[in-house]
Design a protein around this ligand. Structure first.
Ligand code: HEC
Length: 246
């Protein structure tokens, strides 16, 4: 009996040694012998592939289901290598004030005790206005589309606060932009991004670049000469980008 155990024990040790030594290779970059390769290699999940129907195999349960998933919160999409473009799309550097937790439901956000709205007054629009006249026209045309798709039902196409929602009495308290000429670019951005009073946050609907475009457009609504090359508004001044502006 004892003898049998000794033989079995010996065999087990020999088998374990073979397995352990067998998994070593001379290649320093190799992970060694893979006994369970699926633990080493995650299957590449590609968006827009119907995994319910791959080559000859068909999996009815998975067929027609979405393979592209929503990226995790805080993911930064790839916007190319143009540094201004990338800077524009990095997360907004100002946190919402703590009061927004009660008013705008930012439960997942890191909030600030500082008066970040006030601090935002120091932020300039990091997006330069095009200097070329045609490019400038199409820039404002794009701003108009963004504004009319997202804002004019409250603010009115002219920005006078008389959008459909106000006129029909469904909503109240929308200001006329003509009374907000002292409002800084940075505070406009902050209010559009996080919301203000009864205006909701727009950050999940339009991205930072679109918001800064709209900020330019609002200034154009306030002053039809805004951005025109011959009117003293220096677009170079607007174009100056500092680290903090992004
Ligand atoms: C549901 C109606 C509604 C929509 C939609 C809306 N707003 Fe407003 N907006 C308001 C109200 C109301 C205020 C006044 C908030 C306050 O001062 O309490 C306001 C204020 C503002 C202000 C002044 C902010 C400040 O700091 O004083 C700006 C700029 C503004 N909105 C821009 C926009 C833009 C741009 C959009 C579209 C992306 C938009 N709003 C969409 C209702 C709306």
């Amino acid at each position: 009996m004892k003898m049998k155990f000794r033989i079995l024990g010996g065999l087990a040790i020999a088998a374990a040694t073979t397995v352990i030594l067998g998994s070593c290779t001379a290649d320093p970059d190799s992970a060694g012998l893979e006994y369970m390769p699926d633990m080493y290699r995650s299957p590449a999940i590609e968006p827009y592939v119907d995994y319910g129907q791959v080559r000859e195999t068909e999996n009815v349960d998975m067929k027609m289901s979405l393979s592209a998933m929503t990226p995790p919160f805080g993911s930064v999409p790839y916007y190319g290598t143009d540094s201004l473009e990338v800077a524009l799309m990095l997360p907004y550097h100002r946190k919402a004030n703590i009061a927004f937790r009660q008013t705008h439901g930012m439960f997942d956000d890191e909030l600030s005790l500082d008066d970040t709205y006030k601090m935002a007054a120091a932020d300039n629009n990091p997006m330069p206005l095009p200097t070329d006249e045609d490019a400038l026209k199409s820039f404002f045309a794009n701003g108009k589309v963004l504004f009319e798709n997202n804002c004019s039902h409250c603010h009115g196409v002219k920005g006078n606060g008389q959008g459909e929602m106000m006129v029909t009495g469904k909503f109240a308290g929308v200001p006329d932009y003509a009374n907000l000429t002292d409002l800084s670019d940075g505070q406009m951005f902050y209010s559009i991004y996080y919301g203000k009073g009864s205006m909701g946050a727009h950050r999940s609907i339009i991205n930072k670049k679109e918001i800064w475009t709209i900020v330019h457009y609002i200034k154009k609504l306030q002053d039809s000469d805004y951005g025109s090359p011959n009117t003293g508004v220096d677009s170079q001044e607007v174009a100056e980008v500092t680290e903090d502006d992004q």
